[in-house]
Structures are given as C-alpha cells and as structure tokens.
Design a protein around this ligand. Structure first.
Ligand code: CA
Length: 435
C-alpha cells in the first residue's frame, strides 16, 4: 500500500463506517483576468491523494465494499490540454492515483447524492472555498428532502480536522524526506545570501538570489514571500518591500523557506553586511542565539509546546536586564509581559505542508504535549525600532531573529536546518570568505 493509501486507510478508520468525507482540490487563484497564479494544491487534498490538478474532488466512503476512494477529475480534452498541459483524466485517476472509481468532475452533483445519502454524517471543512461551501449546503438541503422517505442521509456536516490534522502533525517518512529536501535547499539559499550581501546591493537582489536558488534546486519556489530586511527594516516583522540598498553598518535579516513537493521550510538568519558584528549588534545577536539554543534544548517528547516559548522568554528577559534594556524583577517582567516592546511574537509554530501548519496548540485547555515526528520552528528575536527614544541609542534600529526547523525525536531535538551557520564566528567566517 502506498503512503497516500495508508493515510486514507488511517483516516477512514477514524471516521467510521457510517460517515462520508469530501475533500475538494484548491480553486485556481487569479492574479488578473485570464492570468492565474502558479497553482498550489490544497494541503489536505494533496496529503490524501497526491493528485496535483485543480477541479478535482476526493470522496471517501469508509467501509464501502468496492468504492471507498472515489475521485472526480477533469476529463481528457485534447484541445484544452494543448493549452494547459496533460491531465491525468478519469483513467489516470484510477491507474496512477489508485481511485477505485473515478468520474469527470462535471458529474459530481449527479453522482454524490447516491453515495452520501446512505451515510449518516458528512465530513467537510468549510470556509476555504465559498463556492464549494454553497454546493455542500445545496446537497445537504437535498438530503434533508429525501431523508424522510429514504430513512438515511447525513444529518450533520463535521470538520475532518480533528482526525486529519492530528495525522498531519506527526510526519511519516515520505513527509520527512520532502521536508529535509525543502530545508536543505533553503540552507543553500541562506548560505548563498550570506556570501553575496555587501554594501550597495539592494535587498531585492538578495531576495532574487534566494528565490533563484530555490528554483534552481528544484523547489516550487518560496513557501511564503521572502523577507530580506536590511538595517532598521529588520524591526518590521513582515517586511517584504525589499527595496533598500544595504549599508556597511546594517544587519541583514532574511526569513525565507523553500516549498518542495508541497512541504515548507521556514528559516531565518541575521548577519552583518560588514564582515563582523558591531559591539551592540553582537550583544543583541548573542542574546537571541542563547535564547534560541536554550529553547531548542528543552524539546523532547512529553514536554508541552508552551515550554519552548517560556524558556526563550526567560533567557531573553535575563539578557535584556543585563543589557539594561529592561529593569526590575524577572518574574514580574514575564508575568506582565513587559518584554513585549522587544519581543512581540510567539517562539514556535508547527511546520509541514503549510508554513503555519495544521494541528492544535492546546488540548483540553492545556498546551500540547510534544510527540516524536512533530516538526516545529524555534524563532526568538529582539526588535528595537530606530525611533525608540526610550532605548539606549547604541541599540536603536537593531532587529535580530534566528529561526530553525526542529524535528521532535525520542532522542530530543533534531535541528533540520543546522546547515545554515548561526554562531557569530561561523557567520563572520562565511562573510569574509564570500566578500
Ligand atoms: Ca516562522
């Protein structure tokens, strides 16, 4: 059984034999009339089918004697295929993707009634495609009408996330292989950027180098718009304008990750445009690095996700007190979140097919316990805007974030993005070698 079949089997066992589940492919997104964005398949759909095309629907019928996995797809159309490329077609949906039966997508409304009217609940995640939501509502109205005489038909639409997204949180071997490739490509791009940055080069030139490296190495492209933020721009968390020339006194913050085979890397490095850190830059950098290393070190099965953030905050607060950027009692600063003018985001999110991957952070009111196979970022930072006149002037305009991608294993943290230098001596070495 291939991995997609194993995933469908595992999901169907959880859904139970009286349920049906519908997963539509992502709609095509338009950039302008007649111009489509590069197609990005819906992650749930891709996870369950491996099917890369738009205008497709996966129907799962757990326990159906012959047709547990039904695909609706675009049929062959020689003229359309001349314009937009080969389609798997109904035959390919069966032969290549393992559907037990497949139909042209335009038969969806006609065929789904008979399949689902024998089931008592329908799993479908609404809110992602309003047009498809309307379609599901129309089916439900139809089943309401036929139910009194048929005696069967779904009475509830439920969110499959509680089963499916729990499965996606713990990565299987194929997923880990794709993630490792996405991260290896990302590491190459960050190292190339570290070698290429110098005064006078614009942020967008570095962005182009990063995105070029992703594509050259076989990634689909950046998993999110690359942040290339020189000097004070690094204190803007989601800076993507990327149009400023770098100057010798800047730090350069790059937050960029490749999308490979549907899996996302998410890595941030901050390094000097000169071949060494200035004193104040290095003080802030070493504090963020210390917080990041300490936060990574607590990662192991059984700890709560929240502890990673707590550890980072403790180290950052101690350091901010030492640097006289904060004063007072550590506990009081943490309870009142007085560190937030310097560190205003969370330390970690799940990573996988989505950059901010699916899965609960809290279960029954408590922070989630880590398990082997989960993948998460660890990304503390310190951001001191240039106009912060309440802060010692030597630190103004400094923004530092360091982000790695971590696999939880029974032996502890596996830093998947370790190939990107982050210790100041290693960074200064690659800067001098590249210049
Ligand atoms: Ca991130």
């Amino acid at each position: 059984m291939d991995l997609h079949a194993q995933r469908r089997r595992a999901l169907m066992d959880r859904l139970g034999a009286t349920a049906a589940a519908v997963f539509p492919a992502a709609p095509v997104a338009l950039r302008a009339i007649d111009v489509e964005h590069r197609y990005h398949q819906d992650s749930d759909f891709l996870y369950l089918t491996g099917f890369p095309e738009p205008e497709a629907v996966c129907l799962l019928l757990p326990g159906h004697p012959k047709e547990e996995f039904v695909l609706f797809v675009r049929p062959h159309d020689p003229e359309r295929e001349t314009w937009t490329g080969r389609r798997a077609g109904v035959d390919g949906a069966i032969a290549t993707y393992g559907a037990q039966v497949a139909y042209p997508i335009d038969q969806l409304d006609e065929k789904i009634g008979a399949y689902v009217s024998e089931r008592d609940r329908l799993y479908y995640r609404s809110g992602r495609d309003p047009t498809f939501d309307q379609r599901v509502l129309a089916w439900m109205r139809q089943w309401q009408l036929t139910r009194p005489r048929a005696g069967t038909g779904p009475t509830a639409v439920l969110d499959p996330a509680e089963f499916l997204h729990e499965m996606r949180m713990v990565k299987d071997p194929e997923e880990l292989a794709h993630l490792r490739t996405a991260i290896a490509i990302t590491a190459d791009a960050h190292r190339a950027a570290m070698r290429a940055a110098r005064p006078g080069v614009h942020e967008y030139e570095i962005e182009a180098l990063v995105d070029y490296t992703f594509r050259r190495m076989g990634a689909a492209g950046p998993a999110y718009p690359s942040i290339v933020a020189g000097g004070p721009n690094a204190t803007t968390l989601h800076y993507v304008t990327n149009d400023r020339p770098l100057t010798a006194g800047d730090l350069l913050l790059i937050d960029a990750g490749a999308d490979f085979a549907g899996y996302c890397a998410d890595v941030t490095r901050t390094f000097p445009v000169a071949d060494h850190f200035s004193g104040p830059q290095r003080a802030i950098y070493e504090l963020v690095l210390q917080a990041q290393l300490a936060a990574i070190a607590v990662i192991r099965p059984g700890i709560r996700h929240e502890q990673v953030h707590q550890r980072a905050v403790e180290v950052l607060v101690d350091g901010l007190i030492d640097l006289r950027l904060l004063s007072g009692d550590r506990q009081e600063i943490i309870s009142n979140e007085r560190y937030r003018p310097f560190y205003m985001h969370r330390t970690s999110h799940w990573l996988g097919m989505d950059v901010h991957d699916v899965g609960l952070y809290k279960v029954a009111g408590n922070s989630r316990t880590l398990e082997p196979g989960m993948v998460m970022t660890v990304e503390p930072g310190i951001y001191i805007a240039a106009d912060r006149d309440d802060v010692d002037p030597q630190f103004r305009g400094i923004g530092v974030r360091i982000e790695d991608d971590i696999l939880v294993t029974s032996d502890g943290p596996d830093v998947l993005s370790a190939a990107v230098p982050k210790h100041p001596g290693d960074i200064e070495a690659i800067r001098r070698a590249g210049a």
